[in-house]
Design a protein around this ligand. Structure first.
Ligand code: ADP
Ligand code: MG
Length: 192
């Protein structure tokens, strides 16, 4: 059994997609064990995207470089650097602006292999690389080029924890133990 964090970002709320998004997790058997809607403060956003997570920052930079290469865009011309860490730090600032730009809905979902399952249902970071059938593939239409030239984060509707370690850190950051509930879904009865 794993718990993972899902955050419906401000674009999912303002586009009225909350029901469509949550339905996909529920029908896959993911149990909602925590839920809240609020405005994220700048301090909380900075903790959620810590500036000392070098691998996370480089990862975002790397995805950007790969995408630019595919599109034939020069990263130095566009962003002033081709250093993955520098690009990652730049994106982190845009990300904090994005996640604090409107209300979000945070969920803790529980199931066997919840972290990986939620990532599959969510799709790839870049909407173009998310196949139809995934949340981002079906609903997000932003592109990294469009986002980067406008100096903003890609609006890809949701955040989902990227690994078991990230999920543990993020669930504890967003929810206090008493805000999580425990109950049984019918799937669990059938599997016994
Ligand atoms: P994921 O959300 O798929 O786990 P990351 O953790 O790598 O992806 O990145 C966090 C968020 O940063 C993404 O969901 C997206 O909103 C934004 N982002 C990532 N890469 C870029 C990029 N190249 N340009 C703009 N925004 C980006
Ligand atoms: Mg991530």
């Amino acid at each position: 059994m794993e718990k993972t964090l899902v955050v419906l970002k401000p674009d999912a709320i303002s586009r009225g997609l909350t029901g469509d998004v949550i339905k996909r997790f529920e029908r896959a058997g993911l149990k909602i064990v925590g839920a809240k809607m609020h405005m994220v403060s700048r301090e909380a956003a900075e903790k959620h995207y810590p500036d000392n997570r070098i691998e996370f920052l480089k990862g975002m930079g790397q995805k950007t470089l790969e995408n630019y290469e595919k599109m034939g865009v020069d990263p130095v011309k566009e962003l002033g650097t081709k250093d993955t860490l520098e690009i990652g730090k730049m994106i982190r600032e845009w990300l904090i602006d994005y996640i604090t730009s409107g209300p979000v809905i945070a969920l803790v979902l529980e199931a066997p292999h919840a972290v990986e399952l939620v990532r599959k249902i969510c799709g790839h970071t870049l909407p173009l690389m998310s196949p139809p059938g995934t949340i981002r593939g079906d609903f997000a239409y932003d592109s990294s080029y469009l986002a980067n030239t406008a100096k903003r984060a890609i609006k890809n509707l949701i955040h989902t924890s990227g690994s078991i370690e990230e999920a543990e850190f993020e669930v504890n950051l967003w929810f206090k133990p008493h805000e999580l509930v425990s109950y049984e879904r019918v799937e669990e009865k059938i599997m016994r």
